[in-house]
Ligand binder design. Structure first.
Ligand code: TPP
Ligand code: MG
Length: 560
């Protein structure tokens, strides 16, 4: 059959199971848009390509399946870069398909020409500049295979306009790209790993995004129960264990509860699964888990020994490794270690002042949680509000918590929430945002309005770049600079201007009733929650400091 390059792309995307694409059209990708017209794929028109990238990420993070965004050449592609880099650092299977100037114009500084291939080399798992329509037959399935194999990640496919317009003669379509087979489990290594766990008295599991990506949370919970293994999580591992599980120790690192970081000091074996020893999690690496031997299991062999030399490093799929450990480990009580954990938890719990007050950070997060169905999805932006949410939201399931961990991208929350809501229309999606972050992709409120997605933006509004203000207070002698907003937009009115409901929680006589009512209604809305600027996130480990040296704060620091 004869087929135009652009139509082939659409067909191959359909065969990959893609049902929704977020993007923005332009001169260099118009053939692809022409091909989408009349296809079975729904297109969501973002208002900025970074928004499109994060909408696709929201779909991918909420489902675990690869998701696609479209951008045109030049500024369309450069606007996508942040979302692609973010997907790289958090291992998200994102396929970004960009338009490029015609082949003959490449390298001539043509209108809207930019070297998308060159720009995306360091922020993708792989990238393609497609030079003929025939190459699409391999490049598109390969993009999906690579994005989803082993450790997931972003792939860019850059398609010149004449390649999109070229007519190709083909007799059959390629098979959709599927993940490569996982590396086989090394039985001898698993035996050694099980023996290491059984021989130690105070083992501790530290799990991260890799366990969720591998769909290994059932196996994790089972293993933890069976062998009485306490589990701590990185920021991106939250949700893998239920928050109230007695063996769950919460998040580690810079804003962990004191007991969690202190237990890492005491453990004699750290079993890291699907983690990469990020500095926000480990603090000063040389002083991380000083008494522990390290057993590290990861699907990405290049992570083993990259930062912390393990006694045993195993390249394996987290789910398969967890299941194998579970099968090998005898049931154990670990009474002494569990008693110690309970003691530490009582002695050094996470302080969550203001829990009852919906106009305080922990209060609004917990009240919101209590009003949401258990299957709700939570996204955040980046800053204090993100850390309060990580600390206080009662997570119960994997893929419930979507946050920009590695890149820490302000502006992530709203478009990611839209993507999650598009992928899971039956769930409520809450985006805890900050007044700095929300403005970085505010235009996506128009997309939310247009799509009518069930996204509730809860804006923790401190009129500051709060986390910057906090660092200036704690580490720069209170010399506040460029962290305070003099102009304070009326966010509720802005929401209404975009065509969605906007509320000021402090203006309500009965804030909780308003919150319940608004969260219960379908469709997008924004709830502005003014909070005191002085409230900090505690505990806090100074950047570069050891996790044991946590700064404990008073809930309200002196104002400035
Ligand atoms: C794109 C981007 N620019 C700058 C930063 C640095 N940064 C980290 S947190 C933060 C403040 C965020 O302010 P806001 O969204 O209001 O959240 P708050 O800390 O006040 O809760 C800044 C500027 C960042 N993470 N991302
Ligand atoms: Mg703020």
């Amino acid at each position: 059959m004869q087929i135009r390059g652009a139509d082939l792309i659409t067909l191959l995307l359909e065969r990959q199971g893609i049902t929704t694409i977020a993007g923005i059209p332009g001169g260099a990708n118009l053939p692809m848009y022409d091909a989408l017209h009349g296809s079975g794929i729904r297109h969501v028109l973002a208002r900025h390509e970074q928004g499109a990238g994060f909408i696709a990420q929201g779909m991918a993070r909420a489902t675990g399946k690869p998701a696609v965004c479209f951008g045109t050449s030049g500024p369309g592609a450069t606007n996508l870069l942040t979302a692609i880099a973010d997907a790289k650092l958090d291992s998200i299977p994102l396929v970004a398909i960009t338009g490029q100037v015609p082949l003959a114009l490449i390298g001539t500084d043509a209108f809207q020409e930019i070297d998308t291939y060159g720009l995306t080399v360091p922020i993708t798992k792989h990238n393609f500049l497609v030079r003929s329509a025939g190459e699409l037959l391999e490049a598109i399935p390969d993009a999906f295979r690579i994005a989803t194999s082993g450790r997931p990640g972003p792939v860019v496919v850059d398609v010149p306009k004449d390649v999109q317009n070229a007519i190709l003669d083909i007799d059959r379509l390629p098979e959709p790209g599927r993940p490569d087979p996982k590396p086989p489990l090394d039985e001898a290594q698993m035996r050694r790993a099980a023996a290491m766990i059984e021989q130690t008295e105070r083992p501790l599991l530290l799990i991260g995004a890799g366990v969720i990506a591998a769909d290994g949370c059932e196996e994790l919970r089972e293993l933890s129960r069976r062998a009485s293994l306490p589990v701590a999580a990185t920021l991106l591992g939250l949700g893998a264990m239920r928050h109230e599980d007695p063996l769950f120790l919460g998040m580690v690192g810079m804003h962990a509860a004191r007991y969690t970081n202190l237990l890492l000091e005491e453990c004699d074996l750290l079993v890291g699964i699907g983690i990469r020893f990020d500095d926000r999690a480990t603090g000063k690496l040389a002083e991380f888990c000083p008494r522990a031997r390290i057993l590290h299991i990861d699907i990405d062999a290049s992570e083993l020994g990259k930062l912390k030399q393990p006694c045993l490093g195993i390249e394996a799929d987290a789910r398969e490794a967890l299941a194998a450990l579970c099968a090998r480990l005898k049931p154990a009580d670990r009474t002494a270690w569990r008693t110690r954990i309970a003691q530490m938890r009582d002695a050094h719990p996470l302080a969550t002042p203001g829990l009852d007050d919906p106009l305080q950070p922990y209060g609004i997060i917990r009240h919101t949680a209590s009003l949401l169905p258990e299957d709700a999805i939570v996204t955040t932006d980046v800053g204090q509000h993100q850390m309060w949410a990580a600390q206080a939201f009662p997570f119960t399931r994997p893929r419930q918590w979507l946050t920009s961990g590695g890149l820490g991208t302000m502006g992530f929350g709203l478009p990611a929430a839209i993507g999650a809501a598009l992928a899971q229309p039956d769930r409520t999606v809450v985006c805890f945002s900050g007044d700095g972050s929300l403005l970085m992709n505010l235009q996506e409120l128009a997309t939310a309005a247009e799509e009518g997605v069930n996204v509730k933006v809860i804006l923790l509004n401190n009129s500051h770049l709060g986390l910057v203000r906090q660092q200036q207070q704690l580490f720069y002698g209170g010399r506040y600079h460029a962290s305070r907003f003099e102009a304070r937009p009326d966010f509720a009115a802005l929401a209404r201007a975009f065509g969605i409901e906007g509320h000021d929680l402090d203006a309500a006589d009965a804030p909780l009733e308003v919150l319940a009512e608004v969260l219960g209604r379908p469709g997008p809305c924004l709830i502005n929650v003014p909070i005191a600027r002085e409230v900090n996130v505690y505990p806090m480990v100074a950047p570069g400091g050891a996790n044991r040296d946590m700064i404990e704060g008073v809930a309200h620091a002196p104002s400035h």
